[in-house]
Design a protein around this ligand. Structure first.
Ligand code: MRU
Length: 326
């Protein structure tokens, strides 16, 4: 993408893990969904084998470890594994669990859009980062689901799309989704966000998350933290939208979130061509962590949490879940 839409068929857990590692599938909710189906493929392959449980265990480790930051991945793989291990026939149990994860994510996405819409002022000019639409979701996404709802309600004047260096998820994916939905949008370099915010042309910054720690710290695509600082500096609301499957109460604080470091080549080349002298080193964290005091609010399928802090987040997670029809 954006030039060619190609469907990738994965028929083994190893192929799914490989697709995850090279970002053919990416974005926190979709990593969970793909990981769940990956383990269902492993359950199918192991079905009836004498070492069935061992095969499932090693496939689960391979999938859960394919990327470290989005908690959706190990959580979903663990859930499918538990369903399979406790079942007389692991494959149908694993497949049913994977399908439930996908269905729940679609429902969460719709609820996030519903809860987030009132936070978008009429005529809003929204700035977003990375990609958070249907390409990452069982439904219409997280932050982008709110953008879509605002567009449909006639409240969105413009979408500012950070290109999202180094892999350009904003330029390649979010602009593609915005164009498909007929949303007026402009792509900007990440570095231009500061002067854009200073010029008064942004009413709301809206992003997703890969892992939210118990203290409310948010790991998201690198470049999110500077946006949060800039939004605070310019008095612009900074909203995070994420399903509860992205909240990890077992990770106590932002500094405990594992941040994926990716290859130097992603920074030192553009479209396969070197852009720095041979031998240059690179710093390439895929994510950064935004402390909770920089968040105006967190939108989940259960509603809006404002302010975001440890106590509020724990209570928010204990609220009644939305019901999902089978
Ligand atoms: O490295 P990626 O492309 O998987 O990173 C994705 C993001 O950072 C998204 O913003 C995040 O997963 C939220 S998507 C709902």
């Amino acid at each position: 993408l954006p030039h060619e839409e190609r469907v990738l068929h994965c028929t083994t857990a190893a192929e799914v893990a490989d697709a995850i590692r090279r970002l053919a599938v990416r974005g926190a909710p979709l990593l969970g969904i793909a990981g769940g189906y990956g383990l269902a493929l492993a359950a199918y392959a192991a079905s009836g084998e004498p070492d069935q449980d061992d095969q499932l265990r090693s496939a689960a480790t391979m999938l859960a470890d394919a990327r470290p930051t989005a908690v959706n991945l190990p959580a979903a793989v663990g859930r499918v594994q538990a369903a399979a291990v406790n079942a007389a026939d692991p494959y149908p149990a694993a497949l049913a669990a994977a399908r439930a994860i996908e269905r729940e994510d679609a429902a969460a996405s719709a609820a996030i859009a519903r809860h987030g819409l009132p936070l978008v002022p009429a005529g809003a000019r929204v700035l977003t980062h990375c990609n958070t639409g249907r390409l990452v979701s069982g439904g219409e996404g997280t932050a982008f689901a709110i953008v879509l709802a605002a567009h449909r309600a006639g409240r969105l004047a413009h979408l500012w799309v950070d290109e999202t260096r180094p892999l350009l998820q904003g330029a390649r994916l979010t602009a593609y989704e915005a164009a498909a939905a007929g949303i007026p949008h402009s792509v900007l370099t990440d570095a231009a966000a500061g002067s854009l915010l200073a010029s008064g042309q942004v009413d709301l910054v809206l992003v997703g998350a890969d892992r939210i720690a118990a203290d409310g710290s948010v790991a998201n695509k690198v470049g999110t933290y500077p946006l949060a600082v800039l939004a605070a500096r310019h008095g612009v609301p900074f909203l995070v939208a994420a399903p509860l499957s992205t909240v990890d109460l077992d990770t106590p604080s932002g500094s405990a979130i594992p941040v994926e470091q990716r290859s130097a080549a992603e920074v030192l080349t553009v479209a396969g061509r070197p852009i720095a002298p041979t031998g240059s080193a690179a710093y390439n964290p895929a994510f950064d962590v935004t402390p909770p005091d920089l968040l105006t609010a967190l939108v989940t399928e259960r509603g809006v949490l404002q302010p975001v802090d440890a106590q509020g987040l724990a209570a928010h997670c204990r609220m009644e879940p939305i019901s999902v029809s089978p």
